[in-house]
Design a protein around this ligand. Structure first.
Ligand code: FES
Length: 174
């Protein structure tokens, strides 16, 4: 669970307020409004959902239902380093799931999660167009190919994170 600062909550309400403008006040506008919010903030916080619900005159739980139904929406803020593990066919065949599990264990988070310090977030993506380099991990916009568990450790080390074999060192990532 990621706690937002007061400033982030205010930004969330403002983003929701401006996203609603220009759309008809109806449930049919929900998805495009939520997309605009995510475009602006990188995720859809609860505060934004409440604001949208208030402005459209529908229960917040209905907005929450839409956000959680579509996996295009993030509920948590993205990390400063966004780890995207490709699980397209080529990457899957070359052990993409092993690499995904490795990132999960090292960071101590699940897909869609973010570390408590918000340094890293983890996502699973479809083919990113670099199949000859499978298995691929994209970190922010940088593509890393032929990734192995050792390479995952090396990347984390380059970010200043020390990991012990098989699990993260206490206090290093969190
Ligand atoms: S399947 Fe991963 S880059 Fe194409």
């Amino acid at each position: 669970m990621v706690l937002l600062t007061e400033e982030e909550k205010r930004a969330a309400r403002e983003a929701a307020g401006s996203a609603v403008r220009g759309f008809p006040r109806s449930r049919g506008s929900l998805v495009p409004i939520l997309q605009k919010i995510q475009e602006k903030l990188g995720y859809v916080p609860l505060e934004a959902m409440e604001e949208v619900a208030g402005q459209l005159g529908i229960p917040p739980v209905d907005v929450y239902g839409v956000v959680t139904f579509y996996n295009q929406f993030r509920l948590t803020p993205p990390g400063r380093r966004q780890i995207k593990v490709c699980l397209g066919t080529a990457c899957h065949m070359k052990g993409g799931t092993v690499i995904l599990d490795c990132w999960k264990r090292r960071l101590g988070i699940e897909v869609g999660g973010v570390t408590p310090d918000r340094e890293f977030s983890l996502e699973r993506v479809a083919c990113v167009g670099c199949c000859s380099m499978a298995p691929v991990t994209v970190i922010n916009d940088e593509v890393h190919g032929r990734v192995t568990p050792t390479r995952v450790d090396g990347l984390l080390f380059s970010f200043g994170v020390k990991v012990k074999k098989g699990r993260q060192e206490e206090g290093e990532v969190n």
